[in-house]
Design a protein around this ligand. Structure first.
Ligand code: NAD
Ligand code: TYD
Length: 353
């Protein structure tokens, strides 16, 4: 008999958002056994959760969610009560150059987890939950300054990344409808914060400013994103996991729209101040480059459902969150160097084998 009241599988917990979710659950719920399953792709970094790796209620499992037999074995071995599924290929630019790995991980990987949860849980669904963490990009692209994504907005994904996430959302709903698998889905806007891999806009630009490298702005920089501090996302996931209703979808967003160029100018100003560099020196690194193919113009979330029904709203203002994020990267340049050199990929071998 386990000493823990619940055993929760979190997939993708060595990635950016997953590491914050794992840390949040490990610390807040000492009576839950948190199993972090991650195959450690280039985006998986165990240094992201080094501070909790020795906690009693934490186990790391290196495994691939597309491996059906291995997932069957692990579900039997650990008897998971709940799944919070974040493992994915997550970068839009990569989905343009290598779409098939997105289909494999995001579509097949999610299907495998759903199937194994269904087989293992059988008729005994009491206290069980499959929580799928998804993106607002499934809704497509909005016009500038007009409209929002609602939970009822029809799906219209435009990139291989968003199409693969949309497919996985549909599979989750199909398992709920057909097999009565208890599920919830959340669709969140762009996250930022500590431990984000420096291929996404904010950490890439912070790193390039530190190294005085060019800042490649796609197109004219007029595209709009709605930014949410990652720790607010982790709290929203906790809220939905515990309070969300079976079969429901919740949009999560920051009520915080920025054109890329305005955000980049703010980032440049803060970086000049923090690095003690001459005003305007980071902005001088801005280089307008060829636009991303099929670049979605605008994302903006209406997050009133999660506020009205579950009482969640973002707590961290953007300038404060961005400032904290920059400070974190400046104070953790060892982490950044480990990532940019590739050294972080040796950590699993050193620590676990
Ligand atoms: P990330 O790329 O930082 O991390 C993904 C993690 O999944 C990595 O640790 C990787 O090793 C792991 N992984 C990949 N393939 C795997 C496989 N086959 N088996 C096991 N593990 C595997 O991603 P992120 O930015 O933290 O995003 C996490 C989730 O949140 C994704 O599902 C993404 O679609 C969703 N999301 C992200 C954002 C965002 O702004 N980053 C916004 C909304 C939703
Ligand atoms: P990104 O962080 O890749 O997130 P997403 O594509 O999922 O929104 O990009 C955020 C925005 O920044 C997006 O409009 C593309 C733009 N961008 C650049 O202009 N230059 C870059 O080097 C990157 C990575 C992104």
């Amino acid at each position: 008999m386990s000493k823990f009241v619940r055993t929760i599988l979190i997939t993708g917990g060595a990635g950016f958002i997953g590491s914050h979710v794992v840390r949040h659950f490990v610390k807040k719920y000492p009576d839950y056994h948190i199993c972090n399953l991650d195959v450690l792709t280039y985006a998986g970094n165990l240094m992201n959760i080094k501070d909790i790796e020795n906690n009693d209620n934490y186990t790391f499992i290196k495994a691939d969610i597309t491996d059906l037999e291995e997932m069957r074995t692990l579900f039997k071995q650990y008897n998971f009560d709940g799944v919070i599924h974040l493992a994915a290929e997550s970068h839009v630019d990569r989905s343009i150059t290598e779409p098939l790995s997105f289909v494999k991980t995001n579509v097949l990987g999610t299907a495998v987890l759903l199937q194994v949860a269904k087989e293992t849980w059988g008729e005994d669904k009491q206290g069980k939950l499959f929580y799928h963490v998804s993106t607002d990009e499934v809704y497509g692209s909005l016009e500038l300054e007009q409209g929002f994504f609602y939970e009822t907005t029809p799906y219209d994904p435009k990139s291989p990344y968003s199409a693969s996430k949309a497919s996985s959302d549909h599979l989750v709903r199909a398992y709920n409808h057909t097999f009565k698998l208890p599920v919830v889905i959340s669709n969140c806007s762009n996250n930022y914060g500590p431990y984000q891999f420096p291929e996404k806009l904010i950490p890439l630009f912070i790193n390039n400013i530190i190294e005085k490298k060019a800042l490649p702005v796609y197109g004219k920089g007029i595209n709009v994103r709605d930014w949410l501090y990652v720790k607010d996302h982790a709290v929203a996931i906790d809220t939905i996991f515990h309070e969300g209703k079976d079969g429901e979808t919740y949009n999560i967003g920051g009520h915080n729209e920025w054109t890329n160029i305005d955000l980049i100018r703010l980032l440049c100003r803060l970086m000049d101040e923090k690095l003690g560099r001459e005003k305007g020196s980071s902005e001088a690194l801005i280089t307008f480059v060829k636009d991303r193919s099929g670049h979605d113009l605008r994302y903006a979330i209406d997050a009133s459902k999660i506020d009205d029904e579950l009482g969640w709203k973002p707590s961290i203002q953007f300038e404060e969150g961005l400032s904290k994020t920059i400070d974190w990267y400046l104070e953790n340049q060892g982490w950044l160097q480990n990532v940019t050199s590739g050294e972080y990929q040796n950590y699993y071998k050193k620590q676990y084998s």
